[in-house]
Design a protein around this ligand. Structure first.
Ligand SMILES: [Zn+2]
Length: 224
């Protein structure tokens, strides 16, 4: 069987995380998310990991060259031999170029870039409406999954909070960074014939079914 080398692309709140979890289980591919990988490299104490640690401990953004190095190193691990699911990387054209040349040097190539898209207003509504219970972290949504009593968890009665990351201003800021830095990747991968689009406004099950069908078609095409 050929490798299944996938990238998940899309704005925050479009459902990438949900799809990543199902796809990882479905396909048995390692889910490679930038934040997790940096933490893992730091804990493993690799040379690049220790470098990343210096920046993270100082509360600074880890520079592109270090992020790229850590991710590319991870793609060489045994469990990524049959494929991988990259999530949150590449985030810029520069990172995409680095990934392309590294894969090419290793005789590998991308299978597809899965874009899960959703309009800004929907993303803002989804994320800024989230409420988390203080005690156990149970998750609610003021509009889509409201608790019986406002601001109280149905299960343990503890107070519900909005995470600072979920505040509307923060979400809008993340969206503008996405539009500026990451959205150009859509055209980049479209030009290379790798982009596949999915509608993040559909239900997670619908999105997943659509992705499965798309991957099945890609595999058939490869065998021809
Ligand atoms: Zn709770």
């Amino acid at each position: 069987m050929s490798e299944l080398n996938l990238i998940l692309l899309g704005p925050p709140g479009a459902g990438k995380g949900t799809q990543a979890a199902v796809l990882t289980e479905d396909l048995g591919l390692p889910h490679i998310a930038t934040g997790d990988i940096l933490r893992a490299a730091r804990e493993a104490g690799t040379e690049l990991g220790l470098l990343a640690k210096k920046y993270m401990d100082a509360g600074e953004l880890v520079p592109d060259s270090v992020v790229i190095g850590v991710i590319l190193e991870r793609l060489g691990d045994d469990d990524a031999r049959d494929g991988f699911l990259l999530d949150g990387f590449p985030r810029t054209i520069e990172q995409a170029d680095a990934l392309a040349s590294e894969l090419e040097a290793g005789g590998r190539r991308l299978t597809a870039v899965l874009l899960i898209d959703a309009p800004d207003e929907m993303v803002v509504k989804r994320i800024s409406g989230r409420r988390i219970c203080r005690k156990e972290g149970h998750v609610y949504h003021v509009e889509f999954d409201p608790p019986n009593n406002p601001d109280r968890c149905d299960i343990d009665g503890s107070e519900l909070d909005q995470r600072p990351d979920d505040a509307e201003a923060t979400v809008r800021n993340r969206l503008s960074v996405y539009h500026e830095q990451t959205e150009p990747l859509i055209a980049y991968y479209e030009e290379r014939g790798l982009l596949r689009r999915f509608d993040g406004t559909s239900t997670p099950t619908e999105v997943h079914d659509h992705i499965r069908a798309t991957l099945a078609t890609l595999r058939l095409e490869e065998q021809l």
